[in-house]
Design a protein around this ligand. Structure first.
Ligand code: GDP
Length: 290
């Protein structure tokens, strides 16, 4: 996970091995290496700037703590600032209707299945539905997932209007005392105004408890730009990062919390149903720093 960053950070911090006192020059060299590493990982430019500024300030103003060597002290500062930009642990999901939004191919439908499995495992009553009327294959995929997880899939036979489909499912979920109705929305390859309008209408009609943006960690700045548009349109309450098991560079993971102010709640770490975990910033930061 995020091996590129691990490699680059360890090389940057290697500079400090065996030094007794941190010089201004050494600090500059390390910060330059870290800056390169973050930009190479496709982290948002403003986020990189903020991150480096915080590390510099702390490295210059904080005395060495608890007899730590300069290397350990900088490492600790980098770790703490990494945790900060990755955000807080926010795995809790408000009960009600959870909308999943995002672009096609990011792993949205798979994520709905995984979260159904996860929440059912916690003892909650879960149901699924999809408003992706333009892509019958996507609906079929979610129905199959519902069968595998053994939770109901609410279909609205013959109904073509995504807003009506959502409405019917929400009513049924209420009638049946469902804790979480997971609602997969249409995926497109690119953002278009029609999709945004559809999401706005679904949101107004069903008053969701959560709106989760599914982001592919393998994509960089484009995923972040798309996330911003979705956020401006419907107001996201959280992000799920998928494909964190691959060789993602880390750009989205490190940028999205700071750039959008929205927490990363879960991460996908494989293709199987159980391959989902709450997002723990401290653990991810530890992984990055080896
Ligand atoms: P959607 O178009 O956004 O609904 O995408 P899908 O749910 O169909 O997923 C697209 C592909 O990504 C599928 O082959 C999934 O198995 C795969 N995928 C989804 N999540 C993950 C993940 O966390 N890790 C890996 N390795 N693959 C994933």
């Amino acid at each position: 996970m995020l091996e590129l960053l691990t490699d680059r950070f360890s090389k940057a911090l290697e500079r400090l091995r065996n030094t007794r006192k941190l010089t201004e020059k050494q600090l500059n060299d390390i910060l330059r290496d870290i800056r390169m590493a973050l930009l190479e990982a496709d982290v948002d430019y403003d986020v990189v700037k903020t991150f480096l500024k915080r590390i510099r300030e702390r490295a210059l103003t904080e005395d060495l703590k608890n007899n730590l060597s300069p290397a350990e002290s900088v490492l600790l500062t980098v770790y703490e600032e990494l945790v900060k930009i990755l955000g807080e642990t926010k795995e809790d999901l408000k009960k009600g209707t959870v909308l999943f939004v995002g672009l096609q191919g990011t792993g949205k439908t798979t994520t709905v299945g995984k979260l159904a499995y996860y929440l059912k495992g916690k003892g909650f009553k879960v149901a699924l539905t999809s408003t992706d009327v333009r892509r019958p294959a996507a609906i079929l995929q979610l129905q199959r997932l519902a069968e595998r997880v053994e939770v109901p899939y609410y279909s609205a036979e013959g109904e073509e209007d995504p807003v009506k489909i959502a409405q019917i499912a929400v009513k049924r979920a209420k009638d049946e005392g469902v804790d979480y109705l997971l609602l997969d929305t249409a995926g497109r390859l690119h953002i278009d105004e029609e999709l945004m309008e559809e999401l706005r209408r679904i949101k107004e009609t069903v008053n969701p408890s959560e709106i989760l943006y599914v982001a592919d960690a393998m994509q960089g700045q484009e995923a972040l730009r798309a996330a911003k548009t979705f956020h401006e349109t419907v107001g996201l309450t959280g992000v799920v990062l998928t494909k964190m098991d691959g060789d993602a560079r880390g750009g989205v993971a490190l940028s999205v919390r700071e750039a959008l102010g929205v927490p990363i709640k879960f991460m996908g770490v494989g293709e199987k149903l159980e391959d989902i975990e709450p997002f723990y910033p401290d653990r991810v930061a530890q992984r990055i720093l080896g």
